[in-house]
Design a protein around this ligand. Structure first.
Ligand code: WQD
Length: 339
């Protein structure tokens, strides 16, 4: 059985990836410090899978813990999700973001090397592109000045991985640049669990729809887009999870000392107002929203060129915006005890 260590595996994308791994014959092992996730996720996984997923509670910056995990288990690959990921927060506490996001990657690379584990899938982000000059954005597009310390940690981690492979390290690495992950598992057993006031659009939409939030503010409608609101590439978390499985399967066929980077998006862009209209259609509820000022740091429009991931990894998004919003809505109703 191929054991795959998922750092941050109790998180939003990590938990959905644990399910996808088992469905593809891998055995996930979770390490999570539960700083941005809840133990209830493990119960949700058990309800979906009918069995528990082996889990270590701890921080992947903790070298002693990581050493023991690799000694106790025959690890054949790592998916590194664990990171601080709030754009706004990162501007307030940049040092914590650099220490956590870069420190944890260094520990993982060193422990993997010691134990001869070669396969690594790294969680990167389209945020490394900033506002691309050309759309859809290609992997070879030069990365721009990061909009936030969070985005900069992703760029630095990508550079660390490239320098590591240039040093002829015996490793096989894929960086996946996520676009905007949304949606939830159709069972409504797991989904996005924003702690506190959601920064991201979809949880704010669904919390507004159930009355947790009074109204949604659309951050600007004076952009150069079809309806003036920002454009993003919203990808179902199930599709995103599957891209990680395809990446591991691909890495197993590569020679040592390998690295590549893939966009993981639908290849389609949608405006904020299109998301709202689609949500109203799916939920059959009117959403209470207002147009407000732009949010600092937002880029205007971005969506993925997916030719490379389609042809090389044999992966493409199977779910559309309606599917994703339906699953997000069902998850929110489950969280709020509404049928
Ligand atoms: C989407 C759109 C907002 C909230 C960030 C990170 C990215 C990734 C995903 C970690 C924007 C608009 C939002 C609201 C709004 N995170 N919006 N009202 O900023 O594209 O991406 O989260 O990996 O790296 O950069 O996502 O969901 O915050 O915003 O109008 O209350 O919704 O302006 O246009 P974003 P988002």
């Amino acid at each position: 059985m191929k054991n795959i260590l998922i750092t941050g595996g109790a998180g939003y994308i990590g938990s959905h990836t644990a399910v996808a791994l088992i469905n593809s014959g891998f055995e996930p092992i979770i390490i999570d410090n539960f700083s941005n996730s809840e133990k209830s996720v493990l119960k949700g996984l058990k309800n979906i899978l009918g069995r528990e997923v082996k889990t270590y509670e701890g921080d992947c910056n903790d070298r002693t813990l990581m050493e023991s995990i690799f000694s106790e288990n025959q690890i054949s690959g790592v998916i590194h999700f664990a990171a601080s990921k709030a754009v706004g927060e990162s501007t307030q506490i940049p040092l914590a973001y650099y220490a956590n996001n870069i420190g944890s990657l260094l520990v993982i690379l060193e422990v993997m090397q010691e134990h001869g584990v070669k396969n690594l899938v790294f969680s990167s982000s389209c945020t490394v592109y900033g506002q691309p000059d050309e759309l859809p954005v290609l992997e070879g597009t030069p990365r721009k000045e990061a909009e936030s310390p969070y985005g900069n940690t992703k760029k630095i981690c990508e550079d660390i991985l490239h320098d590591y492979i240039k040093s002829k390290a015996s490793a096989r690495i894929i960086s996946l640049r996520y676009f905007n992950p949304i949606g939830a598992h159709p069972s409504s057993e797991i989904g996005e669990l924003p702690l506190g006031v959601p920064a991201n659009l979809i949880p704010f939409v669904t919390q507004t729809a159930v009355g947790i939030r009074e109204k949604l503010t659309v951050f600007g409608d004076d952009y150069d887009t079809k309806d003036g609101t920002c454009v993003r590439d919203y990808i179902h978390v199930l599709d995103l999870a599957d891209a990680h499985v395809k990446s591991l399967e691909y890495l197993e066929k590569q020679s040592d000392c390998f690295i590549d980077t893939f966009n993981v998006g639908t290849g389609q862009g949608n405006t904020v107002l299109e998301v709202i209209n689609t949500f109203e259609k799916v939920s059959e509820r009117k959403l209470n929203y207002q147009i407000g000022p732009r949010r600092a740091g937002d880029i205007e429009k971005v969506w993925a060129n997916t030719n490379k991931v389609n042809t090389v990894l044999g992966w493409s998004a199977q779910y559309n915006l309606e599917d994703s919003l339906r699953d997000s809505w069902n998850w929110q109703k489950r969280l709020s005890g509404i049928e």
